[in-house]
Design a protein around this ligand. Structure first.
Ligand code: ZN
Length: 309
């Protein structure tokens, strides 16, 4: 029996650091993952398997994964944009591969130099490769539909395209699918409409929401997603990462604020708030000059605050 109502998937070491200029020393990354797992976070996206020349931040990906795998009970996830990345992720032994597929053509081209359908074909190659592995060596394969709620390059995104590509991911072999508001355009009504439309086609394969707080609607959108049956929410400690398209704005939903809201609502996350705030202080010290976001760290916990029972 699970004692968790909502699973928090921490993406800071990947999504956050990808958008952070300074290189975080490998030991500090390891300490971050250790501390956040100790606070009760059960899944962490620890790195991205991309060419180190492209993103030097992840040149130590295999070493970071090796460390994360020593933490009992932690689900170790990594982002992989192509088959080559998937092969590296499998060699490193990650539990879960997260594959991004941009719904908007402009974002897809600028991100991976492929159309959405070409990227879907790449996903198929990855799923086929995973099927050749013995069961115990096969990581879970997760497809994330980026820019599902709008795009800074193309503007509005056709919701039928989101549904079509979600079906395509499942048909290709995705274990689960998530929708991502990559640039923070979504609103709660849109979240409800699109998550419901996708669930109608792929049912419980739709598990995750990756939301940004760029325009202040991250938490409202999280509640809306939960109301459609979503059980896994991505977030980043300190909202780390920002948004390259909106200088000064926050990026990912802030893990501390999200966990606080959920626990206050009576939804169990398994995460210890005080310990989580301690991890934030640790990362602030490890990344001087990086931009941190979030209200809870500034205001503190309410007097007499109790976690969800
Ligand atoms: Zn993000």
């Amino acid at each position: 029996m699970s004692t968790i109502d909502v699973e928090i998937s921490e993406v800071g070491p990947r999504d956050g650091l990808q958008n952070t200029k300074q290189f975080m020393p490998t030991e500090a990354k390891k300490a971050w993952i250790t501390a956040e797992a100790a606070a009760g976070v059960r899944e962490i996206e620890v790195c991205s398997f991309v060419p180190p020349k492209l993103i030097p931040q992840f040149s130590d990906a295999a070493e970071v994964v090796a460390h994360a795998l020593t933490i009992p009970g932690l689900s170790v996830a990594a982002l992989i944009p192509n088959l080559k990345g998937a092969e590296r992720g499998v060699a490193a032994g990650v539990h879960k591969l997260s594959f991004p597929l941009s719904v908007s053509k402009g974002h897809s081209q600028s991100n991976v130099r492929k159309t959405p359908d070409e990227q879907l074909a790449e996903f198929r190659r990855i799923a086929d490769f995973l099927r050749t592995l013995p069961k115990g060596k096969r990581p879970a394969l997760s497809g994330g539909l980026s820019t599902a709620f709008g795009c800074t390059i193309d503007g509005p995104v056709d919701e039928r395209e989101v549904v079509r590509l979600a079906v395509g991911l499942v048909e290709a072999g995705a274990d689960d699918v998530g929708l991502a508001d990559t640039v923070g355009y979504a609103n709660p009504a849109q979240i409800k409409r699109l998550f419901t439309a996708v669930r109608r086609e792929i049912g419980d394969r739709l598990t995750g929401a990756h939301l940004h707080n760029t325009r202040g609607l991250g938490l409202a959108n999280a509640v809306a997603a939960l109301e459609t049956g979503i059980k896994t929410l991505d977030s980043s400690l300190g909202g780390l990462g920002g948004c390259p398209y909106a200088p000064g704005a926050s990026g990912n939903v802030v893990t501390e604020d999200l966990v606080f809201m959920l626990e206050a609502m009576g939804l169990r996350t398994g995460i210890d708030m005080e310990k989580l705030l301690g991890v934030r202080r640790q990362i602030e010290a490890a990344l001087p000059g990086a931009e941190f976001h979030g209200n809870l760290a500034m205001a503190g916990l309410p007097k007499g605050f109790g976690a969800a029972a």
